[in-house]
Each structure stands twice: as structure tokens, then as C-alpha cells.
Design a protein around this ligand. Structure first.
Ligand code: 1GP
Length: 247
């Protein structure tokens, strides 16, 4: 069974899936094992691996270490076509649909596609929408694109529908890592009500209550990154997993 299907199947017994994002950059190298262990003990449904910028050549080794350290599926969440690894199980094969930079709409994907095939990674077609999270984000800077404004719900909706009609399996609403404002529940509710594909929400989610509210608003996948990097033990992450699973 595919990774995506196994995660979708889980939705018959839990409200939403909890995805823990690990940035494979050197800044997390010393704590990598601890972060993996925290995600495992919390009950993450899958591990996402990726970041906007990798500052050394340790990417592949860190993906291998993550894969060796968990039984959860490891899904690449790449900032660019350079972030591919045969050690992962699947890849969010994303197009940055909120932007108008051809490099991130289709250029990186063409570079990546033959290598994804060669590595045997499961591609999960994903429409990626960067929304205004209240502060400038790494995605915004690196991709050279502007986020969608929150005061224009119709524009957000139109992009989400375009993702579905282009055949994407998921639509990812991203506020950016460390966003001061997570994607608002009402935006998630509006998008979930209009599209038939599952909604992923991430960026700036800092409490289990916030995470649960994203699920209640209709998100089927909820992503946190910073909280796993910052928490010293699995207890706090467990509260995220419980809140997300119970809805
Ligand atoms: C994943 O970018 C996010 O969508 C991660 O954001 O680090 O704020 O959890 P945080």
C-alpha cells in the first residue's frame, strides 16, 4: 500500500494525521536522535524531512539516520530538487502554486522527476500555497515569491481549487516556519469546504489546542516543526498527537 493511502486509511479511526517536520540542516545535527525519539514517542503518523536552506552536505546522511530511527513513514518535504534521498519512503512532489516563479512552479520538479523515479520514491502530488503568516519567511525569501494575503479569501480559494483541478493529491496551506500567525481556522474551513482533496496545515502552530482547532476546521494533516526541535521531552509532543488524533 502506498504511504499516502496508509495515511488516508488512518482517517477512519482518527480525526487527522500528525506530521512532525524535521529540518535536516546542520543546526539540528547534534539533536537529531533526540528529535526522532521525541517524534516516535509522541506517536507521529509520519516524519516530514526538509527545509528552505541546507548549510552543509549532511542532508543524505541525516535522512538515512531519520529512516533508521523510526518506523513511521519518512516523507521528503523538499525546499528544492537538491533535497532528494533514496533513504526516504515518499516525497511531497510540490508546486509552489501561490507564487509566479517558474523555477518553483515547474523548473525544480523537472530536475527532480527522473531522480525521484530512479530512487523509487513515492511521489505525492501536492499544491503548496504560502499564506501570509505575519512575518517574512524563509520560503518567501528563497523562492522569491509573495505569500497570499489573508484578507483575500477568494484568492486563496481559487488557488486551492486550481490545485485540485490540476490533479494534486493534497493542498498544503503553509504559514511558514515560526510564523507569528498560523493559517487561520476560518481559511482552513473555507478551503476544506470547497475542495475534495485533503488539506494540510502547517507553520506557526505552537499549542495542542491550536493544532486541534486546525483539525476541527477540516485539516486532515497537521504539521509542526519548531515545537519538536524545541521540546526537551516527548510529553509535550504527545499532547499535540493526542489533540490532533482526537480532534
Ligand atoms: C511546516 O513550515 C511548517 O508547514 C513548520 O512550521 O516550524 O512553525 O512548526 P513551524
Amino acid at each position: 500500500m502506498s504511504v499516502l493511502q496508509s495515511l488516508l486509511d488512518k482517517l477512519s479511526s482518527q480525526a487527522a494525521n500528525y506530521l512532525v517536520l524535521i529540518d535536516p540542516d546542520r543546526k539540528n545535527a547534534a539533536r537529531l536522535e533526540a528529535i526522532i525519539e521525541t517524534a516516535n514517542r509522541a506517536g507521529a503518523d509520519a516524519i516530514l524531512v526538509g527545509g528552505s536552506l541546507i548549510m552543509d552536505d549532511g542532508f543524505d546522511d541525516r535522512v538515512a539516520a531519520i529512516k533508521a530511527g523510526t518506523e513511521a513513514p519518512v516523507i521528503l518535504f523538499p525546499g528544492a530538487s537538491s533535497q532528494l534521498s533514496r533513504h526516504a519512503d515518499a516525497i511531497l512532489f510540490m508546486s509552489l502554486l501561490s507564487g509566479r516563479n517558474p523555477q518553483y512552479l515547474i523548473g525544480e520538479q523537472v530536475q527532480a522527476a527522473p531522480r525521484v523515479r530512479h530512487m523509487g520514491l513515492e511521489p505525492i502530488p501536492t499544491g503548496y500555497l504560502l499564506l501570509d503568516g505575519g512575518s517574512p519567511t524563509a520560503v518567501q525569501f528563497i523562492s522569491g515569491t509573495q505569500p497570499l494575503p489573508l484578507n483575500q479569501p477568494d484568492i486563496i480559494l481559487a488557488h486551492a481549487l486550481a490545485a485540485q483541478y490540476l490533479g494534486m493529491s493534497l493542498v498544503y496551506l503553509e504559514a511558514g516556519s515560526g510564523a507569528s500567525q498560523a493559517v487561520p481556522d476560518e481559511v482552513i474551513r473555507a478551503v476544506s469546504g470547497a475542495v475534495d482533496i485533503p488539506v494540510v496545515a502547517g507553520g506557526g502552530i505552537r499549542t495542542p489546542g491550536q493544532a486541534a482547532a486546525k483539525g476541527q476546521a477540516g485539516a486532515k494533516f497537521i504539521v509542526t516543526g519548531s515545537v519538536a526541535e524545541e521540546s526537551a521531552d516527548a510529553t509535550s509532543l504527545q499532547a499535540f498527537a493526542d489533540a490532533i488524533h482526537q480532534g
